[in-house]
Design a binder for this molecule. Structure first.
Ligand SMILES: *Cc1c(COP(=O)(O)O)cnc(C)c1O
Length: 413
């Protein structure tokens, strides 16, 4: 944030005057000095009663907004019965959610965990073990893409390949070969005798809302079939209705062998999952992988409620309608600020605004207008509203964003 912006804005000044973040919390995030007391739909509300329009959705997590009555009911009902048993026993909600997911996707099997990184980690392990049990222990390398983000564990930062996230953590986990996103020829060239799988986000989120073309995804599917590789999709961010389909790969008319999901699937309750075909799941036999909390009764009760809502007739049609509205509204914002906005791209309600200033400046200026957006890569601002955001709220978000941009001066050229 520029000093002048803070000085000129009383709401930011007021926030800065409250007690700052506790030093007891480890400093792994560059947080806004802002605390919310409660949420209602697309709104987050401070203890002082200030209302912020939230089109960041906890980074594409709150697909039904905050405090959705159906999710609150699902969680509190379960909370009164049973919280946790571990995976030493059958978990009813887990079986119900797995069967629901299997019923509406390519998958035959589901493994539950608690986060996106864990889901990706499970996908990597499943891909390697698949070849191991098939008698090909030398096939363990995975082709991944520039701009990828798969999480913050040691294996997933290696899969992501972003030098910023790898620095200082010792030798990266071996076995990831990176090629340019969208380059089919380079992908085929990178395939060797040790290649086990190709791993990709159909639409990159953290990388700046980069949308793989249907042809590219179809090409990857064909390469996997030709070379006996597993196609691993990371739909942690673009999945669960965010793209306007239940899962983004449906736009390309292909199916993966493995798919990591998280973020939106718990609607705000921590939940991740690895979906697999029967074949791709064959390596993960008893004792090969696990998670104490994975698929616990609270998480899966909420997961079932989220899936029910997203699969209700008309819900995904409405997401696509809202995308059109948001696109139109943001096109007007771009027209009004050609010196600041370069491009708007979207798939469903996963929207990236390519800006000519640092995204953090836009995030700060939006805060001053009580609008919550999220940065991505070094030149993109994401608008990721709840999938059930109201049309008036879309218009309101665009107006606030436009006013936020009014606060910024274009980059010096
Ligand atoms: C957020 C994200 C992850 C990591 O999820 P966490 O829950 O933060 O571990 C992995 N892949 C993609 C595509 C993501 O957007």
């Amino acid at each position: 944030m520029s000093a002048s912006l803070a000085a000129s804005d009383p709401s930011i000044k007021a926030a800065a005057q409250t007690t700052g973040p506790s030093p007891a919390v480890m400093g792994t995030y560059a947080r806004q000095n802002l605390v919310f007391a409660r949420g209602e739909g697309a709104w987050l509300i401070t203890a002082a009663g200030d209302r912020y329009l939230d089109v960041a959705s906890g980074i594409a997590v709150n697909v039904l907004g905050h405090a959705h009555p159906r999710l609150v009911a699902a969680l509190t009902e379960q909370a009164e019965k049973l919280w946790h048993t571990s995976n030493l026993y059958r978990v009813e909600g887990q079986e119900r959610l797995a069967e629901r997911l299997v019923g509406v996707t390519f998958a035959d099997k589901v493994f539950f965990c608690n986060s996106g990184a864990e889901a990706c980690e499970a996908a990597i392990k499943a891909a390697r073990r698949y070849h191991f049990v098939a008698g090909n222990p030398d096939r363990w390398r995975i082709i991944a893409f520039s701009g990828a983000f798969h999480g913050r564990t040691l294996a997933t930062i290696a899969a992501g390949g972003n030098p910023k996230y790898l620095e200082g953590f010792g030798p990266p986990v071996e076995g990831f070969d990176h090629v340019p996103f969208g380059d089919l020829a380079a992908t085929e060239q990178a395939i060797g005798p040790e290649t086990a799988a190709i791993m990709i986000e159909p639409t990159q989120g953290e990388g700046g809302v980069n949308i793989a073309s249907a042809e590219f995804l179809q090409g990857l599917r064909a390469l996997c079939d030709k070379h006996g590789l597993l196609l691993v999709l990371d739909e942690v961010q673009c999945g669960m209705g965010r793209s306007g389909k239940l899962f983004a790969h449906e736009w390309a008319g292909i199916t993966p062998d493995l798919m990591a999901i998280a973020k939106g699937i718990g609607g705000g309750f921590p939940l991740g999952a690895l979906l697999a075909t029967e074949k791709a799941a064959q390596g993960l036999t008893p004792g090969t992988h696990g998670s104490t909390f994975g698929g616990n009764p609270l998480a899966t009760a909420v997961g079932c409620a989220v899936l029910d809502a997203v699969l209700e007739p008309g819900f995904l049609d409405a997401v696509r309608q809202k995308e059109l509205r948001l696109k139109q509204a943001l096109a007007a914002v771009k027209d009004a600020h050609p010196d600041l906005v370069e491009e708007v791209r979207s798939q469903g309600l996963l929207t990236g605004i390519k800006v000519k200033v640092a995204p953090a400046e836009v995030v700060k200026a939006a805060l001053a207008e009580k609008l919550l957006v999220a940065g991505a890569s070094d030149n993109v601002v994401r608008v990721l509203p709840p999938l059930n955001i109201a049309d008036e709220e879309i218009a309101e978000a665009a107006q606030r964003l436009s006013r936020a941009l009014d606060r910024l001066s274009p980059p010096a050229t």
